[in-house]
Design a protein. Structure first.
Length: 135
């Protein structure tokens, strides 16, 4: 029997956003989102979890240096010090913590493989986080 393990690596980036549904009036947006309609920033923390069989020879589930490189190139470089509302991935999507988790999943799934990517956890701050484990 092959042992299976989950490994998680933590990343951080700082980004700005505001909550706005483009099809809505300013009043409707304010009613739904309040002060979140005003541009502001967060220091986001992202935990990327991969899961799979442990290689009997190396004792590793995956090369976590590779995981670090892939997430840094694909996610951190793209979003650090970015205006999330201006990123095409958030066109027509409110950049909530939920949607950020989904966008990060969609960026990483082709690079890490759906059989290996297990969970994206995005912290907006230490008291609020969202988990996404695929559709
Ligand atoms: Ni915010």
């Amino acid at each position: 029997m092959t042992d299976v393990a989950s490994s998680t690596r933590r990343f951080t980036f700082s980004a700005g956003h505001r909550y706005q549904v483009d099809a809505w009036s300013a009043t409707e947006n304010e009613r739904a989102f309040g002060r979140l309609t005003i541009p502001h920033g967060h220091n986001y923390t992202v935990d990327v979890t991969v899961r799979g069989p442990i290689d009997a020879t190396t004792g590793m589930m995956m090369d976590l240096a590779e995981l670090k490189r892939v997430v840094a190139e694909t996610v951190v470089e793209r979003f650090d010090h970015a205006d999330l509302n201006a990123d095409p991935l958030f066109r027509g999507k409110v950049p909530t913590t939920e949607n950020i988790a989904i966008v990060i999943w969609d960026l990483l799934a082709p690079k890490l493989g759906l059989e290996r990517l297990a969970r994206i956890r995005v912290f907006e701050d230490p008291t609020l986080w969202v988990d996404y484990e695929g559709a």
